[in-house]
Write a protein that binds this ligand. Structure first.
Ligand code: IPM
Ligand code: MG
Length: 361
């Protein structure tokens, strides 16, 4: 089969990790007889420099015509002082809303071999960890009315958080469907003791839950959820939450897995189309130095194989190759531990090890 992938390397370490990821996909293509066609596109700071806008119209148009989008990372200090609407991060928001990607899936899995990189005590972490964060991605405070005004007392600025019933229904439905394939447990995270939009969120999630009688649902306030994640992460399986709470909690969950450099994500809409990107940012301090961990991007490509292309054997092969490499001593800087005989490994070497492991996977 032929698959058309829009590729947005972006800024900072984006190009470093995407380069390795495409080579992994090419190897999968050779091994399983697929052809992945890439169209490289500009977004974020790279697009600002080249075309003066964070998300050129052509980028969005080509993404829409593709089967899937693979994105590295956007942003960097040189663009930090631009006005809000011209920041590189606007490219991400424009892609998410322009492509209708309302659901962001962020699995947080602690690999057995990385247990020592987890900052929690071993008695808390126990036998490992497997949490699935489902973040609403095209609503809430990220897309609500915002602005600023000049008052005699100084400037005043605001952002608003709003949710509608259909927006909550679709993300809740997806979360329950995912839970049905896992341990049938959903924790919905909100701030219903304060926020009106959270009260609507909670009531709507409860209504959807009636269609999934086998799934155990509980609700948690976001402050408590942040605390419970480090107190007893094992109580969670699927977490469904709003755009901003999901942004925060997924970073927290990622740290429990040892490094944010390990976490992939998928952003999905109604159909099979999806955008795949690592959870981590552009890490400009190590860009272009062969230091970044390419695993999150490579695991994002595995999610693409699984969710958009429905190539589960190929997705399994990529994930198995990553796990196999982690059984060896090679580690990028973010996951290396002192005094364990591990070997500091660059981005390119890590990519090659994973590709080589694919042969036997
Ligand atoms: C993420 C990032 C983005 C977000 C930023 C870069 C706009 O933190 O994908 O989690 O806040 O959604
Ligand atoms: Mg984030």
């Amino acid at each position: 089969m032929d698959y058309a992938i829009a590729v947005i390397p972006g800024d900072g370490i984006g190009p470093d990790i995407i380069d390795e990821t495409l080579q992994v996909l090419d190897r999968i293509g050779e091994l399983y007889g697929h052809s992945f066609k890439y169209t490289e596109l500009l977004a974020g700071g790279a697009a600002l420099d080249a075309e003066g806008v964070p998300l050129p119209a052509r980028t969005l148009a080509v993404c829409k015509e593709s089967d899937a989008v693979l994105l590295g990372a956007v942003g960097g200090p040189q663009w930090d002082n631009l006005a809000g609407s011209r920041r590189p991060e606007q490219a991400l928001l424009g892609l998410r809303s322009g492509l209708g990607l309302f659901a962001n899936l962020r699995p947080a899995i602690l690999f057995e071999e990385l247990k020592d990189a987890c900052p929690l005590r071993s008695d808390i972490i126990g036998e490992g960890l497997d949490i699935y964060v489902v973040r609403e991605l095209t609503g809430g405070i990220y897309f609500g009315d915002r602005g600023s005004e000049e008052l005699a007392s100084g400037t005043r600025a605001w952002d608003t958080m709003a949710y509608s019933v259909p927006e909550v229904e679709r993300i809740a439905r997806l979360s329950f469907s995912i839970a049905m394939k896992r341990s049938k447990k959903v924790t919905s995270v909100d701030k219903a003791n304060i926020l009106e939009s959270s009260r609507l969120w909670r009531a709507t999630v409860e209504k959807v839950a009636r269609d999934f009688p086998e799934v155990e649902l509980n609700h948690m306030y976001v402050d408590n959820a942040a605390m419970q994640l480090v107190r007893n992460p094992h109580q969670f399986d699927v977490i469904v939450t709003s755009n901003m709470f999901g942004d925060i909690l997924s970073d927290e969950a990622s740290m429990i897995t040892g490094s944010i450099g390990m976490l992939p994500s998928a952003s999905l809409g109604e159909g099979s189309f999806g955008m795949y990107e690592p959870v981590h940012g552009s890490a400009p301090d190590i860009a272009g130095q062969d230091k970044a961990n390419p695993i999150a991007a490579i695991l994002s490509a595995a999610m693409m194989l699984r969710y958009t292309f429905e190539l589960s054997a190929e997705a399994d092969a990529v994930e198995a190759a990553v796990a196999a490499v982690l059984k060896g001593p090679s580690r990028t800087g973010d996951i290396i531990r002192e005094g364990k005989g591990e070997k500091l490994t660059g981005t390119r070497e890590m990519g090659k090890l994973i590709r080589d492991a694919l042969v036997s996977a």
